[in-house]
Design a protein around this ligand. Structure first.
Ligand code: AMP
Length: 277
């Protein structure tokens, strides 16, 4: 496994790399969710590239960026074990070189949910992913469906900008109690960690309501809220029942729906989602 830190070294390493190339973009602090993306990439690619870059442009507050967990030595071990060929771990200045003054801004699909709660977040995501797609030129890139809207935003961008990388969405890997794995979980206290299982329980309740015939959007939202209210540590940000393609809120669940939520626990913002039926 080779580790490169500059755009130039990355291009040089990729020039002779066997194809197809699979890219897994990450912000590090790797867990089993990331490893599942790497394994999928490994199965479908001759060369697997993982990027490790905590992207300052996708954080609203500098403190959130500063507090993001980092442990490169451990991440590199995890990459080595998972069979990664090339790790791109650049500095902020290497990604955003002096004078950098471009922003990729995706339209309507980036507006609601996480886009509404975190202004500028998806501009930061789309900009860095566009740079990574351009630098790596992968045939495929792998993303987690846990960040459902992120996948939709990146798909839209890749299609609109004619980027030649296919966006592959991969299933959410969970802890035994159902909590979606996330680098942020590490910041929870033991009590907060126990409380965090409420996200999954709320989604399961919402999905069960739909499956048992509750189609009114507000009734499904209420079923999820009712579960969240049982957990005193949970501070709900939003609970959504939306069209999975447009992410517009649904009055009635006639066909497919995306149930999603964002909940603060001890000031840590956690998200998860479930598709129905
Ligand atoms: P991050 O390092 O949080 O930016 O995540 C990097 C990639 O891993 C993104 O595509 C995430 O959607 C994906 N990911 C994060 N958590 C999980 C999980 N629990 N299961 C599957 N993929 C995940």
């Amino acid at each position: 496994m080779r580790v490169v830190r500059t755009r130039a070294d990355l291009r040089e390493a990729l020039a002779s790399a066997p194809r197809p190339v699979g890219l897994v973009p990450t912000m590090g602090w790797l867990h089993a969710g990331h490893v599942s993306l790497v394994k999928r990439a490994r199965a479908e690619s001759a060369t697997v590239v993982v990027s490790i870059f905590v992207n300052p442009r996708q954080f609203g507050q500098a403190t959130e960026f500063a507090r993001y967990p980092r442990n490169e030595a451990r991440d590199l071990e995890a990459c080595e074990r998972a069979g990664v060929d090339l790790v791109f771990a650049p500095t902020v200045d290497e990604v955003y070189h002096p004078g950098f003054d471009t922003r990729v801004s995706v339209g309507a699909i980036a507006g609601p949910l996480e886009g509404a709660a975190r202004p500028g977040h998806f501009d930061g995501v789309a900009t860095v992913v566009a740079i990574l797609f351009a630098l790596v030129g992968a045939e495929r890139a792998y993303f987690g469906i846990k960040d459902y809207q992120q996948v939709q935003v990146i798909r839209r961008m890749a299609l609109d900008l004619a980027l030649p990388t296919e966006v592959i969405a991969c299933a959410t890997i969970r802890e035994p109690d159902g909590l979606a794995m996330s680098s942020r979980n590490a910041r929870l206290s033991p009590a907060g960690r126990a409380a965090a299982s409420v996200l999954r329980r709320a989604l399961v309740a919402g999905a069960a309501a739909v499956r048992s015939g509750t189609l009114d959007g507000d009734a499904v939202r209420a079923a999820m809220f009712a579960v969240l209210r049982t957990e005193p540590m949970a501070d709900p940000d939003y609970v959504s029942v939306a069209d999975p393609d447009t992410l517009e809120e649904l009055e009635s669940v006639a066909g497919k729906a995306l149930l999603s939520l964002a909940v603060g626990i001890e000031g840590i913002r956690l998200i998860d989602n479930e598709r129905v039926p």
